[in-house]
Design a binder for this molecule. Structure first.
Ligand SMILES: [Zn+2]
Length: 609
């Protein structure tokens, strides 16, 4: 659809505003249209711009999403014994009218994990999760050709084990065997926020269905790594944050928490092609007070929306994943919308999609050239109410993602090496976006009348992540120099899988030196949408000026080349004025500790052990 007619379809958007929005995104559309990179032959022709691509409208369609035939190839409903169905737990009274609650009937199947047993008042305990995963691994080991292992991959702040269930038909369950086997790996992550239980319980269901149920056939084509509980300390206390009060959901670039560090190491080693991050969103309070309406959607979805995301990865996110996922959700009588949230400031009527900061799992994984997906179900703040439906929504979404990956296994196997080569080839010459922002539009958001439960359209200011506006760009360096004192930054980069080299003899490098030109506190509304920092001060907003000069690089300092697949992640971490930079977050002590290397260095370097 042409951009202008797409804009004209946004009801309520004043003409002047339409013109302004078009003016903002027209250069991006032009850029995409003139893109010099030819579409790889294995990609299906795109007949219309994807809603998530830079060529399309920045606001989602206000009508129902365009549905295509589901790509899901796997039958999934868990078949449960009738006795379990008969003992379905009674749901708690609703914090809203019976008419609203009636919009969310229980699904036609009943899921049965330890935490979903009739009469239970608590969700699965850490021991129950461990035993359940161990039992699935044991059940699978009796199947011919399928291997499973329960892999400890770290320790929480309170000393609880972090565990992943690895399932594969490859030669073994270690990372090398999975990578060598050539099948794409899907990493499923639940409960980064400890008080969002449906994702964790759903992942137990999915583990069982993969091990001994209807999902097992997908293992012919893909590997699956399941982390039902990324934040066990938070889950145990029914709290969002980690034991030290940090929000690990926003810690996937800096890696300050042991939980995010462990997850980064797991992803570095198992190299997932797709990462799905399962959450829940709150439905009482805020929206009712601010908009006089109750959130409606069973699922909120978003994929990587971050500066420098490779174009074809964005297309794969949209066409190979989101569209089949929407079809699957809709096919089960459930509803979905783009992920969105709103600040606690009652005067701020803006509703924002997930932002472009590279600190969430979906965005950091996008910068690692993987498909990054966020799925949030309806009800972080309603206890056990509608829990079967919430779990059903997650199981439906995850099943779709597993099915899409199985169906696209060959194309993904071709696309990802192509993207890695393309990203590496941009070193020394391509442009990099350092700062980008969402675009504002009007949007008619569907909600529910709190009394009658009927659909209620609420017109909101909509902060869209679908067309990022580049605010500041600069030429990509050949790499970054880091002083020998930059040990923490080097360690974090290497946890991500970034190649860091050590300068072996004193050298002089041609480069851009940074000078801090201004420093300010982050926008408070934006900060309000982010999680707790566990007492750490929020990052400062840094602006810098560049001066061309000679970098004196002593032996023992570091060189981070950009001709590597994770170059986009390196840029997000090391340009000091990005939204989540290592300098602004004190992982680098001084701007004198880093510089942009602007010509291919002839310096002798060595690999780190
Ligand atoms: Zn969450």
């Amino acid at each position: 659809m042409p951009l202008l007619s797409a804009m004209n379809r946004i009801p309520g958007l004043p003409l002047k505003k339409r013109a302004r929005v078009v003016a903002m995104i027209a250069p991006i559309a032009l850029l995409a249209a003139c893109g010099s990179v030819p579409l790889p032959p294995w990609l299906p022709p795109v007949s219309q711009p994807a809603p998530g691509s830079p060529t399309s409208s920045q606001a989602p369609a206000t009508s129902a999403p365009v549905l295509v035939e589901p790509a899901v190839v796997v039958q999934t409903s868990p078949v449960l014994p009738p006795s379990v169905v008969a003992n379905a737990p009674a749901e708690a009274p609703a914090p809203y009218s019976a008419a609203v609650a009636a919009r969310f009937p229980a699904p036609p199947v009943v899921y049965s994990t330890p935490g979903l047993q009739p009469g239970r008042t608590s969700f699965s305990s850490q021991d129950e999760v461990h035993n359940w995963l161990r039992d699935q691994a044991a059940a699978l080991s009796r199947s011919v050709g399928v291997k499973a292992a329960l892999v400890p991959f770290g320790t929480s702040q309170q000393g609880q084990p972090l565990e992943a269930l690895v399932l594969t038909r490859g030669a073994g369950t270690d990372p090398a065997a999975l990578v060598e086997g050539g099948r794409p790996t899907v990493l499923l992550v639940g409960q980064q926020h400890g008080d969002e239980p449906a994702g964790g319980e759903a992942l137990l269901v999915v583990a069982r269905e993969l091990a001994q149920g209807l999902l097992q056939p997908v293992l012919e084509r893909i590997n699956v790594v399941i982390v039902p509980r990324a934040n066990p300390d938070g889950a145990e206390r029914g709290e969002s944050a980690t034991a030290r009060g940090q929000d690990m959901h926003h810690d996937h670039l800096l890696l300050n928490t042991p939980e995010a560090q462990a997850l980064a190491r797991l992803a570095r080693d198992y190299r997932p092609t797709v990462v799905l991050d399962a959450h829940e969103y709150p439905v009482t309070g805020l929206y009712q007070e601010k908009f006089g309406a109750v959130p409606k959607f069973d699922a909120l979805l978003q994929y990587s929306s971050v500066a420098n995301l490779p174009e074809f990865l964005g297309k794969a996110d949209e066409e190979w994943y989101r569209r089949p996922l929407l079809a699957a959700i809709k096919g089960r009588g459930l509803s979905a919308e783009w992920y969105h949230t709103t600040s606690k400031d009652m005067a701020d009527k803006k509703v924002s999609m997930g932002d472009s900061q590279p600190d969430t799992l979906r965005n950091a994984q996008g910068l690692k050239n993987a498909v990054g997906l966020l799925v949030e179900t309806r009800g972080a703040d309603i206890g056990r109410l509608h829990i079967q439906r919430r779990v059903h929504t997650h199981v439906t979404a995850i099943t779709s993602v597993l099915g899409s990956t199985a169906q696209r296994a060959n194309e993904l196997g071709q696309l990802l090496p192509y993207i890695e080569k393309e990203v590496s080839a941009l070193a020394c010459k391509g442009q990099a976006t350092v700062q980008a922002a969402n675009t504002l539009a009007q949007y008619d958001l569907q909600m529910l009348d709190p009394v009658t439960g009927a659909d209620k359209i609420v017109s909101v200011d909509w902060d869209s992540a679908l067309a990022l506006r580049p605010l500041k760009s600069r030429v990509r360096p050949c790499g970054y120099w880091l002083a020998a004192t930059s040990k923490t930054a080097v360690e974090r980069l290497r946890l991500h899988g970034v190649q860091v080299l050590r300068v072996a003899e004193p050298s002089a490098l041609l480069g851009d030196l940074y000078r801090e030109s201004s420093r300010s506190s982050p926008d408070s509304a934006q900060q309000g949408l982010r999680g707790t920092t566990g007492g750490q001060p929020p990052a400062q907003k840094i602006e810098v000026a560049l001066t061309r000069g000679v970098i004196d690089a002593p032996a023992g300092s570091y060189y981070v080349p950009l001709n590597q697949p994770l170059a986009n992640l390196v840029i997000a971490a090391l340009e000091p004025d990005t939204a989540t930079s290592y300098f602004a977050n004190r992982l680098l002590d001084s701007l004198a500790s880093t510089a942009r290397v602007m010509s291919e260095p002839s310096v002798r370097t060595e690999e780190l052990p």
